[in-house]
Design a protein around this ligand. Sequence first.
Ligand code: URA
Length: 214
Amino acid sequence: HYDATPYLPARGGLPALRRAASACRGCPLFRDATQTVFGRGPARARLMLVGEQPGDREDVQGEPFVGPAGQLLRRALDEAGLDGEEAYLTNVVKHFKFTPAPRGKRRIHQAPSLREMTACRPWLARELRLVAPEVLVVLGATAGKALLGPSFRVGEQRGVLLPMPALDGEEPGTAAAGQLLATVHPSAVLRADDREAAFAGLVADLSVAATVLE
Ligand code: URA
């Protein structure tokens, strides 16, 4: 049974949570990853963004969204009039899952399983409760399903403000007061045939989030 719950601190803020997450053994992903990549940003951020899991660069540096997808995300935030430095950035899964690559080559990301995502959710639930953002931007289908359930379709639900769902471990009706907005993952923009159009779509969605923070 995979579950991060036993590793969560009973109390404390984000620094205590981050420290505890560095020792998480709630699923087997810690074994091959370099380190836990916890969320980063101001404790009272009005905007929180959640991706799928750290990539190769993030695994090495220990910070979310520092690789190519992260750079694209920062450019998109900027174009939408949002300050990436003021946002809290995190992921559904806190360890990099990958298929090994020959020495020196970039390791290829593997999608986390439902069990791994479920195991890791208590970290995200606590981050969400502590940061209590006004807007949570969910990046991509995997993060969308993790937060909104398996019927989530990014193509159908992107770019509109939705009520914040309650996450596991919280009493019903105690969902954070903010709103949620889903959009595509920045990695999907990097892979798109028409990158310019995909980037414009990401910026358009982020601009909707920006209207809440005006
Ligand atoms: N992709 C993600 O989903 N998260 C990161 O931190 C980096 C790339």
